[in-house]
Design a protein around this ligand. Sequence first.
Ligand code: GRF
Length: 291
Amino acid sequence: MFKGLQQKWKVSGLRVLLILCTFAIGGSLTGIAGRYIMGALGINATWLWVIVYIIIVTLIWPLAVLVISIPFGQFRFFISYLKKMGRRMGLGGAIVDNRIAVAVFASGAGSNAARMIEHFRQHPNIRIALIVCNKPGAGVLDIAAKAGIPTLIIEKERFFRGDAYVPVFREAGISFIILAGFLWKVPQALTGAFSGAIINIHPALLPNYGGKGMYGRFVHEAVLAAGDPESGITIHFVDEHYDHGAVIFQARCAVMQNDTADSLAMRIHQLEHQHYPEQAEKVILNTRHHS
Ligand code: GRF
């Protein structure tokens, strides 16, 4: 049961224990406070007693678990848990989620998207609100489904020759876009609408090994063919040219004598996972959001 909860809430075993303690103590406190208030109200009619009691404990419970969650260090978990419950109960309008809504665009396996989801899962100011993908069946869609994040499959015609889905993103309240292995060029309709608010990661040290056709193993093969002693990652703003916008961050790693495109790719992926979520967080928090 613990394992199941660990996966469901994406927390460590110890945190499952702390969360369950919060539930248990918060629940008991609710019961005690509820009976105390009922006693003070002096209601006798059984049916009325039951109705009033249910209303009172429904109101007290969220407060009780929030208070108890503080000494257990689980306040953030319970705030987002209660918001989620509120949304499920149709209180979406009443409980406003003020966090900055971010869309992650990915075309493939989605390991970077997964790191983003994990990093921002309980973030107080930022949430991954949408996964955008151009390939039905891509691994990133399973990752999104497991995390309960809505997905949008985009079509070429509308993306490049239509409104680039800008109204859809506006409607979803998106104010920042992270590209994480998204293989289509971003059209001007989108870079214009989200100016300074789209970032990408490239698996090499730009301006080298960038541009059209330079993605995935093609990048690593080119680095190896040139005999470069080092490679790395570049996180950069996105404009309407491939791999072109201002560089935000670079990290380097050595290229080994016996490296293959696969072994180099693995090292680069590790660098990406290590730095991309943190760098994205910094940029998002430093960007003015209009949505
Ligand atoms: C990463 O190597 C990234 O640099 C590039 O596409 C790859 C995506 O990998 N833009 P994944 O789908 O996140 O595993």
